[in-house]
Design a protein around this ligand. Sequence first.
Ligand code: HMG
Length: 433
Amino acid sequence: MPDTQKIGIDAVAVHVPKYFIDLKTLAFANQVDPDKYTIGLGCRRMAVAAPDEDPVTMAVRAATTLLKNYSINPRDIGMLIVGSESGVDGAKPIASYVHGMLGLPSCCRSFDTKHACYSATAGLRMASDWCAVRSASTGKKALVIATDVARYSVGSAGEPTQGAGAVALLIGPDARVLEFDLYPEAVHTEEVMDFWRPSYRSTALVDGDASINSYLDSLVHTYSLYQKASDLDINRYDHLLFHVPFPKMAYKAFSRLYELEVSQRRNGVAPLKQEYAARTEPSLWANRELGNIYSGSLYLSLAGLIERSTDPISGKRAGLFSYGSGSCGEYFSGRLGTDPQAWKGRTGIEEGMKRRVELDYRKYLEFRWAGERLAYEGSYFEELIDPAVRSDGIAFLGIRDHQRIYATYNVSRDRDSEPAKPAQREVPVFNSL
Ligand code: HMG
């Protein structure tokens, strides 16, 4: 039954935070040669979460775009999984807030998954198995959301590889965006201390070199397993997408696979740069704009590819590598859908890009500080967030009586020409939009 159901990604939508900082601005402030960030790491800009944005609001924004742009009835969602490493509570999952705010049915399993940047892929693979068993009889689909704010210490080596954003994925049968190939699993778990965030810290700690080596080891393990099981070589993939902590990492990953193929003397492999330009580079533009969005980074590449690709991509095969520090990696593949109208203009990326506002270095620091301050008990009071920078739709206002306060706002209809209208009345709500 699973092979006839064509399980995969049926819809994808992205929340692009409104604010960003240019990496040249950051390099200037850090007294670093800008070429190191832009050429050495391949970064261009990075999204900065607004003071009233948190992983919950970003997840809700991405999912709302998905439900609206693909005309999905929330009643058809039978499972909600949120993948994140930016958890807002030790017990209550982000999924619980999101479930309430989206108005999903009560007969819907909801939970978070955590394994650094692998978390959403863990959710996606579980959701896909669930759909293979359940969807035919119930007609229900699964909603998987990746949402993260990536923060390293100010002035650290990791700082230019920050970012923020969320990606919502609808998983189900007769998938219109990416139908998964059904080869045996290619997963690799190995305990490594390459990147971590103790629960008392808001910023991650990392051993940069160890993280890069662990990522590449995991890639080789999983790709080799998959190759053996599927007999697919590099020429059988039209697109190779990777977890993108910074765009140069995708190049390092591609080069490693290329070396592997060449060492196996596979035929018909073109020069490295040519292969890379054809198979991976077209998927990286959105990552260069948003930075590392952790759990959603691989799926941001997918959304970027399908939204902007100039080549016909219908029916083409894509290989995907997901890596989460700590570590767990997985390689899998699928076929892109045959009808681009199913996704063109629906991912929300282009609208998100149009409404972006650039921050100077001082504002970037202020936003970081404000966002971190809101994470503490007693941080909620109405005037804390400057109305001029408030987010549209939904905002996190702080913590009162140990509970997170969210508010809905009026959303300006014409976002391109007008700033968001301040709310006529702000109503702190719990779990309802
Ligand atoms: P660094 O040590 O400051 O940088 O940190 P570097 O000295 O290694 O230089 C970086 C590159 O810039 C090098 O290129 C330099 O040659 C080049 P490469 O040799 O790698 O090709 N460079 C220049 N190029 C042009 N002009 C210049 C110039 N100067 C230098 N003037 C590092 C780099 C990535 C380690 C740091 O940013 C970091 O720690 N980032 C966070 C960790 C990370 O992203 N790791 C990636 C793999 S782990 C992963 O992906 C998981 C993760 O997403 C978390 C999760 O799973 O949840 C992070």
